[in-house]
Design a protein around this ligand. Sequence first.
Ligand code: GTP
Ligand code: MN
Ligand code: MN
Length: 626
Amino acid sequence: ALAQTVILVDGLGPVPVVKGDPKLLPRKVLQFVAQKAFLMRPRAIYICDGSIYERDEMARKLTAQGVLKKLGAYSDAYIARTSPEDTARVEARTFVTTKSKKVTETKKPDKGSSEIARWMSPEQLSDELDARFPFCMRGRMMYVLPFSMGPIGCQFSKNCVQLTDSPYVVLVTRIMARVSPAVLDAIGDGDFVKCIHSVGVPRPSVVKIPHNWPCAPSKLIIAHRMEKKEIWSFGSGYGGNSLLGKKCVALRLASSMGKAEGWLAEHMAIISVTNPKGEETFIAAGMPSGCGKTNLALMKPALPGWKIQLIGDDIAWMRFGKDGKLYAMNPENGMFGIAAGSTDRTNPGALTALKRDFVVTNTAETSDGRYLWQGLEDEIKGQEVTDWKGKAWKKGSKAPPAHANSRFAVHCADYPNIHPLWDSPKGVPISAIIYGGRRPAGIPLVTESFSWSHGVFLAAALKSEATAASVPAATSDLQHDPMGMRPFIGYNFGDYLKHWLSMEKPGRRMPKIFHVNWYRCHPVTGELLWPGFGENIRVLEWIIKRTTKGQYPAVLKSAYGYLPRQEDLSLCGLQVDFKELFKVEKKFLETELKETRDYFRAQLYKETPARIGIELSEFEDRITRM
Ligand code: GTP
Ligand code: MN
Ligand code: MN
């Protein structure tokens, strides 16, 4: 008889391995797989290699299950539909576990849980995991996904192994991270980040599941055991909760490692901007989810002769080089971008990327095998449309065709305007950092900070209207989102701000920090004052001039920060209300100051860094003098 490949699990016996050779797993990886197989009891084990054959196999499997459909108009493109209960990140169920609470949370006078990095004790986490993971993969396949955040085997890259019972996660991780047997070689005898993910629905399952998308929203948990470099995720297959390399490893875990090692892991796009003279500037842009990073990174500039190239669209790992410059690298391999609203007018770049080897999730589709979402309705020429819930959809229907947080997953390398250094392990030298959120009132189109610490203060005070990227979705209330990182800071917020402030050292070329607001509305009509998208190049042009020696145009000083003079902003061909776009009002800033002070008091209490306190009182002085 043929000898079947197995992994011998202590206390359980042989578990079949249906693909891959367990003998090629490094000892610690094999141990990890065996221990977790004992815990979760999958029917078999599948060792992934990231190949296109594996993609095709996952696609066949998911198609048979009714989760996935091929989009025939492109090659190797698929549409996935999730359960309507599993469409976004869930911050309230996301926890950070450290032995000592003060490593994760600031001390607060009240007992309410922190808005940033919610701590859970190791004891409670053990209980929570014990209530979920034993036998959770019964009747399911356990996939072993070796992947690297950052180019495989490079000094600053992170080797990870994710165990998952979701073929969707296998399919999409292959795009979003570097999945390869070479990661196992890079691990060797060394350590790696351990990711454990289950959709939380063992078989046989008696509940009826929409689109056959298993999930267990009532038992959802996403937990980070920082000291052990372990991520545990249960109950969701949605990308933000299940593609653990992204927000869990590359932001929460990496930010806390960066704190210890002197570098930064940030929720930022990284772009190259080249002006008509051929001069190149690298910019990092930090914004909350749903505020425009991917759009900026894929922008088609409206001004002639300008070029934007993509380095990264969501995450930047940044550290100072020996030359004193700040280098930013993209640890990801793909983009998981918001689909709905991407059109030829707003984000032509996204559409040019989606030609082959991609997956869209919770979009609509047309009967001729194309994706469809809000903004693309005019392209329907008689085809039938099936919406994200799988129902027939017609132009004029009340419900939108795609979920507001529908996403595309595509390889960075398949984007035509990818920068040649996009996968450089060293990264690119950053001249300017841009922050911004959705601020319908009071905040100017662009502001330059007075100094590094003032920039850190502006970024820490960042607010935005909520978006559909996390649950609870889209109330239009303003929420604080320091550095666009509120859901992703992996440690004590006070220490995070101190870490940012400590970046400024003699001999370092500090990037200038700016704040932008594409979303200001007219106070009376409520209409957007700025056309945005490709026209944002006009703001970048000014930012670049302000960072390039010998070009510095003069600025106007306001209590909020430096503002451009009207003559220095290229506005030719645009009908915009410059006065309204840049108005800075005393009453508004007074409210802003009070509210920001209250927020810092509530979230930081006595751990407010002294320098932030000084920035607050200098801001107050400037307002008083207005
Ligand atoms: P995450 O991927 O969730 O981190 O979000 P993101 O920052 O990448 O946001 P994205 O670029 O996908 O944009 C989110 C939404 O903002 C989309 O609906 C865009 O259409 C809209 N948006 C982006 N840029 C602009 C702009 O310049 N002006 C306006 N009005 N809307 C914009
Ligand atoms: Mn994001
Ligand atoms: Mn994005």
